[in-house]
Design a binder for this molecule. Structure first.
Ligand code: ZN
Ligand code: ZN
Length: 327
């Protein structure tokens, strides 16, 4: 099968590799398309190290089941699915407490097991969710589940919020909050992205604004974005952090106590509830997250997709597609 292979940081070669075979309890998917996000760019640039080279990246994928392993009904062949790319062990302490997102033996598609930028991909059957819908919506199911899980962990959603950083994840956060009737303001260094967020129903926050919000979502998690978040947080408000920067944040106990702030981190989603509810919502068209997608590439142009996705106003996806009995 054809796959986009990361051969060294920043360089992708499209080449043939052997087809994976589904093992017991697994399904094989003829991949239809894959969305790109910040984590993929971290792998691409070499900031995030992967276990082998060359490496197949990508995790926000949909496709059609074309083979099943032992213990999976053959009736699943031909099913259109999105994949839940973080495969939990269900045996460790966090898993047993329902936090599969924090599984200590987590296997992540495109991070430490084969990625989705290939014509075929194998995952456990319970991590392939049946769904229908347009490709642009389907490639957004995984990242929008990250957003919805974060809001679930937060509890009640306030009337207004500031989203700091409107890359792919920030745009999806904006879209979900606007959809829930929240008045959303956005801040980003890239004016194209702010303009795009405005088209989704958000308000641009100008640099001199001193407006305060009960909720600030920091999708970057860097010192500068946290500075912005703190500058605009109401007393008693919450900062929801989704970004995964490793630098220390400019947050002192004095600020935390004086603002009586809550800082809430949120990582991916917990199996199965978060994916189940998102798949239901996107599958019947109540939420159309594909509205954040602006750029599309063929698998053979994966290099260009990765080179340009960071500067695209919206989200980038790569069409994969392979002839199957069904599609
Ligand atoms: Zn992602
Ligand atoms: Zn586990």
């Amino acid at each position: 099968m054809k796959a986009a292979l990361l051969v060294e940081p920043g360089r992708i070669v499209v080449d043939e590799i052997p087809d994976p075979e589904p093992g017991s309890g697994e399904v094989r998917i003829a991949v239809g398309g894959v969305g790109l996000c910040g984590s993929d760019l971290s792998v691409f640039s070499g900031r995030w190290s992967v276990p082998a080279s060359p490496w197949v990246m990508g995790h926000e994928a949909f496709g059609t089941i074309d083979a099943v392993g032992d213990g999976v009904s053959t009736e699943r062949v031909g099913e259109r699915v999105v994949i839940e790319p973080n495969v939990a062990c269900f045996a460790c302490d966090p898993c047993r407490r329902g936090w599969t997102s924090a599984c200590v033996a987590r296997q992540s598609v495109g991070m430490n097991r084969q990625g989705a930028l290939a014509e075929r991909l194998v995952v456990p059957g319970r991590f392939a969710w049946p769904i229908t819908g347009a490709p642009k919506d389907l490639v957004c199911v995984e990242p929008v589940t990250v957003v919805r899980a974060a809001l679930r962990r937060l509890g009640a959603t306030p009337d207004s919020a500031l989203v700091v950083g409107v890359g792919a994840q920030g745009l999806l956060m904006t879209l979900v909050l606007v959809d829930r009737g929240v008045e959303v303001h956005v801040a980003d260094v890239n004016p194209d992205r702010v303009a795009f967020a405005e088209r989704l129903g958000a308000h641009a926050m100008d640099g001199g604004s001193d407006r305060l919000f009960p909720l600030v979502v920091d999708t970057v998690g860097a010192p500068a974005s946290m500075e912005t978040a703190l500058d605009h947080l109401e007393v008693g408000g919450t900062i929801l952090v989704l970004g995964l920067d490793s630098r220390p944040l400019p947050l002192t106990a004095q600020t935390l106590v004086r603002r009586q702030a809550t800082v809430r981190g949120s990582l991916t989603y917990d199996h199965p509830g978060d994916f189940e509810s998102t798949v239901a919502l996107v599958g019947d068209g109540r939420l159309q997250p594909g509205r954040v997608v602006t750029d599309e590439y063929a698998l053979t142009d994966a290099q260009a997709a990765f080179d340009r996705s960071a500067s695209a106003p919206g989200k980038t996806w790569i069409r994969v597609g392979v002839a199957t009995a069904e599609s």
